[in-house]
Ligand binder design. Structure first.
Ligand SMILES: NC(=O)c1ccc[n+]([C@@H]2O[C@H](COP(=O)([O-])OP(=O)(O)OC[C@H]3O[C@@H](n4cnc5c(N)ncnc54)[C@H](O)[C@@H]3O)[C@@H](O)[C@H]2O)c1
Length: 275
C-alpha cells in the first residue's frame, strides 16, 4: 500500500546490487511513495547490469561512485543536484564489504590491509558521504540520512569478524555527524540495525542460514526482511520522524531485547531431556 509519504522528496540510494539487495527494495518503495531518486553503486557492480532494470522501473539515473573516493562522491552529489534542479531530501547508505570475510580469514588472524579496506568501505565511507553532503550544502532542512547496520556492533556474533568493528564505527559516525548536521542544518542522521537478511553481502557471512534461523526463533515478531526494512526506511525519510536523530534504531522483530525465547528454550530443554 502506498501513502505518498515521500511526495515531492528527492534522494540518493547507495548499494542496490540486485533484487535481493536491501537498497533495491528501498528504491522501489521510495518511488512508490512518490519520491524521485538517483541510484549509485561502484563501476564494477554496474557492469553486472542488474541495476539498469531497477533504474528503468524507477525512472532514475544511475551515477557511478566508489563510496570510498571523495572525488567520486563530489561528482555524484553535483550531478544529483543538477538532475534534481537543486537540493534534495534523503540519502540511504547501504554499503558494506569485508575482504577478510570474503577470504575466510578468521578474526584472530586479520589481515590489516584488508581491515583498512573493510573500515573504509563499510564505515569511513559514511563519514565521506556526510562530509561531501555537508560541504556542498546539498540537503534540504529536515533532510534525512540513514545507514544500514547490524547488531554485531553491540554484541558478538561469531563469523561477523571485522564487520562488527566497522558497524561500531559507522554507528558512532552517525552520532558524531548527526550532532553537527542537526545543529547547523536541521538534517537528521540515523543508523538502522537490521535483522540478518538473505542478500549477496549477507550470504558472505559464515553460517548465514543458521544465523537467520536462530534470529527467527529468537525474535517474537520473526526476522524483518528486506521489504520490511524498506518500509522502515521510508518512515525515516518522511516528515513523520523529523525529530529522530543520532539514533541506532533496531529493526529486528524484537531480537535485540530478547534473552531466550520459548522456542529455543524448548529446543535445548528437549534435547537435554532426550540425552
Ligand atoms: N544482509 C544482512 O543480513 C544485513 C543485516 C544488517 C545490515 N546489513 C547492511 O545492509 C547494507 C546492504 O547490504 P545488503 O545485505 O543489501 O547486501 P548487498 O550486497 O546487496 O549490498 C552491499 C552493497 O555495497 C556496495 N558496495 C561495496 N563496496 C562499495 C564501494 N566501495 N562503494 C559503493 N558501494 C559499494 C555493493 O556494490 C553492494 O551494492 C550493508 O551495509 C550491510 O552491512 C545487511
Amino acid at each position: 500500500m502506498a501513502y505518498n509519504l515521500l511526495k515531492g522528496k528527492k534522494g540518493i540510494i547507495f548499494g542496490a546490487l540486485n533484487d535481493l539487495s536491501i537498497a533495491w527494495k528501498v528504491a522501489e518503495r521510495a518511488v512508490e511513495e512518490g519520491a524521485e531518486i538517483v541510484l549509485t553503486n561502484t563501476e564494477i557492480s554496474l557492469r553486472m547490469g542488474e541495476l539498469t532494470k531497477l533504474a528503468q522501473r524507477c525512472n532514475a539515473p544511475i551515477i557511478a561512485a566508489d563510496a570510498t573516493k571523495v572525488e567520486d562522491l563530489e561528482q555524484l552529489v553535483d550531478k544529483a543536484m543538477e538532475h534534481f534542479g537543486g537540493k534534495f531530501d534523503f540519502v540511504l547508505h547501504s554499503v558494506g564489504m569485508s575482504p577478510n570475510i570474503r577470504k575466510n580469514i578468521p578474526y584472530q588472524s586479520l589481515n590489516y590491509t584488508f581491515l583498512d579496506r573493510t573500515l573504509d568501505i563499510s564505515a569511513v565511507s559514511f563519514h565521506k558521504v556526510l562530509q561531501v553532503l555537508y560541504a556542498k550544502d546539498a540537503l534540504n532542512e529536515w533532510g534525512s540520512v540513514v545507514a544500514l547496520t547490524y547488531m554485531a556492533a553491540q554484541r558478538t556474533f561469531i563469523g561477523y569478524s571485522d564487520m562488527a568493528d566497522a558497524k561500531a564505527l559507522l554507528e558512532s559516525v552517525a552520532r558524531s555527524f548527526g550532532a553537527i548536521y542537526g545543529r547547523d542544518r536541521k538534517v537528521r542522521v540515523n543508523t538502522l540495525s537490521q535483522s540478518p537478511t538473505y542478500t549477496t553481502a549477507g550470504k558472505g557471512i559464515a553460517g548465514m542460514s543458521g544465523m537467520l534461523e536462530f534470529a527467527e526463533a529468537m525474535s517474537p515478531l520473526g526476522n524483518a526482511d528486506a521489504a520490511d526494512c524498506a518500509d522502515y526506511c521510508i518512515t525515516l525519510f518522511s516528515d513523520l520522524t523529523r525529530k529522530v536523530t543520532m539514533q541506532n534504531l533496531y529493526h529486528d522483530g524484537g531480537f535485540s531485547s530478547m534473552g531466550l525465547s520459548e522456542e529455543l528454550f524448548n529446543k535445548f530443554t528437549n534435547n537435554k531431556e532426550a540425552e
